[in-house]
Ligand binder design. Structure first.
Ligand code: SER
Length: 316
């Protein structure tokens, strides 16, 4: 039986991936790791910083870990406030995970890359799997380096590292935190709370996005795919839909007509403008049958329902 470690388990992806993995392999076989403490019982959990190698080594050993989903990372906007801190957290933790995986014969790893790996010199529409990669954020630089390490560890050590270039992820479990695409999460919170949202990107900003359920299902499908079919050793382009900030506002207003959104772009606009608008993910669709399910109307409806339930629960 696989014993899986999920780093960054209390983050946006981790908080949804852990229960999905627990459903597959059993609660006791998934160990969450984070530098924060969980607020409720979420199954086996360790409080550990992944930049500290000895501590991480003990976690891997004590729990007989055979697979790692290494999610912890500082995102784009937060990363620009303290770029070397982002480098330290994102790269030193990855270095520790990879080095320990070799030492401890852990052969299967998932690591997330991002649309942030692309930069202003990449084609912005139908961005191909293989193209110019010149990111202009430190977060993107760590994704570029990380993809290089995935490829390197495959060729040098035969390690089975699987990776996705996630678009902006929209989800209700974890609050928005540190990403440029997080405006598309924050607007849902305010639609239900204050009915006023000041959006930090312009109304015509178009970015690739995905509902979290699609991202989690895609991640698990990639990890279960036949290894011989996976032709990409860096990270797969993965996409679902692209919309502008105004498209999203209009869709939410169908449910919350009195929502008011103003557009006040700040330094995050520059980050958004350096990223693709539409991603070509045909390689993922061909190699491991990737398909998304959530379009804008479906995603908007589910987000409002689930967030509404969450707020009601928090009040009671
Ligand atoms: N969602 C991330 C961010 O905005 C991109 O991977 O930083």
């Amino acid at each position: 039986m696989s014993k899986i470690l999920v780093t960054g388990s209390l983050g946006q992806i981790g908080s949804e991936l852990v229960p999905a993995l627990q459903k597959k392999v059993g609660k006791d076989n998934v160990v969450g790791l984070d530098i924060r403490e969980p607020k409720e019982d979420i199954g086996p959990f360790v409080n550990q910083n992944t930049t500290e190698r000895e501590g991480l080594k003990a976690v891997l050993k004590d729990n007989d870990i055979t697979q790692i989903y290494h999610l912890c990372s500082i995102l784009s906007a937060k990363g620009e406030l303290r770029p070397w801190q982002a480098w330290h957290v994102n790269m030193d933790s990855m270095r520790n995970v990879l080095a320990l995986a070799v030492d401890m014969d852990i052969k299967k790893i998932f690591w997330p890359s991002s649309i942030a790996v692309f930069g202003p010199t990449s084609p912005r529409n139908n961005t191909p799997q293989k193209t110019i990669i010149e990111p202009t954020t430190m977060y993107g630089v760590t994704k570029m380096a990380g993809e290089g390490l995935c490829n390197y560890y495959f060729h040098k050590y035969g390690m089975d590292i699987r990776s996705l270039r996630y678009p902006g992820l929209i989800s209700y479990k974890a609050p928005p935190g540190g990403g440029t695409t997080d405006y598309a999460v924050a607007v849902f919170y305010e639609a239900l709370k204050s009915k006023n949202y000041s959006c930090f990107v312009s109304k015509d900003t178009v970015l690739p996005m995905m509902y979290m359920d699609d991202a989690i299902r895609g991640t698990l499908e990639l990890m279960e795919a036949d290894k011989s079919k996976l032709s990409v050793k860096t990270s797969y382009n993965m996409s679902a839909l692209s919309f502008s900030a105004e498209d999203l506002t209009k869709e939410i207003q169908k449910h919350v007509p009195d929502l008011k959104v103003t557009y006040e772009p700040d330094e995050r606009q520059k980050i958004a403008d350096s990223w693709p608008q539409v991603i070509d993910d045909s390689r993922a669709r061909k190699d491991w049958d990737w398909k998304h399910e959530f379009d804008l109307p479906k995603l908007t409806k589910v987000m409002l329902e689930k967030l509404g339930e969450k707020f009601a629960k928090e009040k009671s």
